[in-house]
Structures are given as structure tokens and as C-alpha cells.
Design a binder for this molecule. Sequence first.
Ligand SMILES: [Fe+2]
Length: 325
Amino acid sequence: MNPNEYITGLHHLTVSVGSAQEDIDFVTQVMGMRMIKQTVLFDGTASVYHLYYANADAEVGSVWTTFPFKKAGVYGKKGSGQIEVSGFSVHPDALPFWKQHLNKHKVKNTGITERFGQKMIQFEDPSGVGIGVFGDANDSRNAWQTDEVSKDNGIRGIHGAVLSVREVEMMDKYLTEVLGFNKVGQEGQYHRYHIRDGGARKVIELHHEPDLPQGSWTFGVGIPHHMAFATANDEQSAELKAYIEGTGYTDVTEIKDRNYFHSIYTRTPGGQLFEFATSDIGFAVDEPKDLLGHELLLPPFFEHRRNEIVAPLEKITVPHYLQST
Ligand SMILES: [Fe+2]
């Protein structure tokens, strides 16, 4: 099979951050994204929020999710073998706004830089997670609008991800020979790959950092956890799992029920955790589409434990557009 026929692009990016309130404030006010879901971590036994943010249409490929781990007291170590930058696309004309906006909020940033002919700004969230806004004039997805970030300037969805690796060769082979992505160039320490023809949610870069010590693979404040690619449905994910296992990467999980999609996970030779998530369920499965994110929702298999799960969680204030519902 050609896995590239099944993988339509990135589905979501997921990181561990500090406090839930700090995260909500940063992502909704500084990044200007729409909060679309309040739920909890489905793995393990600790009570940890799982917060979802997206563009105006809450569509696959625009989703950024966070696990605020500060209250659980678990901290991560940044390093190689991790996703270094979660990339979002904005219109190139919006980059001067972003520089000014980040400076206004005292968010240290790189200013406008350029790589592979594309302008971008990189910065970190309050917990230290790497984020980038990449100029892409061809991305016509609908950004969420806030008091500070207009629809024209806003984040349109995922652009791609930058992965830090100590060695390029085996991860290069994994991306091109196993997953069927296309290598499109090298610029200094950066190697760029496109899913299909590239563009919105279809760009991956390897950042060769041979001297950077290994980062942690756990959940923990300040480090990314995984990146998810989109498949259509369980049937495609099952075929993809069998295919990846057949290439020798036999540690692909069974299909897990994530309520809003079903997922398989596998560790890559670069160290990053890849997920393949289905696109046929969506975020309106447990609340109305126009009220996404207005209350804490648990999956059916956790409802009987609601009190024990909810009690330890940090008390949060959600954005104003979710408060009157
Ligand atoms: Fe995920």
C-alpha cells in the first residue's frame, strides 16, 4: 500500500503545559485560537485536563491540544527526540502584526525570520513549549476572531511541525520510505518534507541538532507529547497499522477510543511519537457544534468516575464566549 494515499495531512498537535488557566489565557488571548473542548486525559490514573483549541470551524488539521501538568507536579525535559516547534499558518501579511502582538504581551520571539523561502516567527508558550507562526498565503481556512486578533491576522490551522533529531538518516528513511512523504529540500540544519504536495497541515521539518541531549518522552510541563496525522476511518487506520508493522516497526498500538476520533500510536526512529487519528467522528459528538467547549465533558467510559476525576482539577475561567451558555 501507499500510506500517503491514506494520510491527508496533520490532524492535531498535542503538548504538555503548565497551569490550565495560564494555558487557556495564552492560547485564547495571545494565540487567538478558539477553545473547543474541555475534557481530561484518558490514559493513566492522574486527573489532568485535556483542552482543545482550533480555528473558527473546529476542523481536523487545525487542532492544538494541551495537557496542563503543573497541578500533577510532573515536569518535562526539553531536548532532541521531541517536536521542537508546533507550527501554525497565518497570512504572510499578518506577520508584522504577530511580531507587535507578541511583543505587546511580552512574549519573547525570534522576530520575522525566513526558511525555505517562507517567513515565520517562533516563540514559546508560558511553559516553554515551542510554537511558530508560518506565513502561508494559500491557506484559506477560517481563523477564529478575538478582540485582539482579527480574522485576517488569525491562525488558520496547523502548518506543520519541526522535529529535533540527533541523526537525520533513519528518520529521513522513515518519513520517505515508510510513510511515503516527499523530501523537498535542505537548508542548513533543516530538512523539509511534504505530505503529498505540501501546504497547509502537510509540512514536516527535521532540525538536525547532533549535540542536543535527549529530551523526555513523558508527559510533563513544557514539552510536546505527540503529533497526529489524519486518516479517514478505522478501516484505513487498521490497514495503516498492519502496513507499518510489516515494515518492521511492530510497536504500533491497537486502535484507542479518543471519543472525538480513534487513534493508533507508534514511536519513530527520531524519538517522536506519531499518532494516526480518524476524521469521521468529530467534536460535535457530545455537545452542539456552536457550543463546543462550554463545559467539562467526560467520555462515556469515565462518567461513573466523574467525582473522583473532577475534584482534583484546577478551577478555571473559560473565555467569555463560553460563559453565558
Ligand atoms: Fe493525540
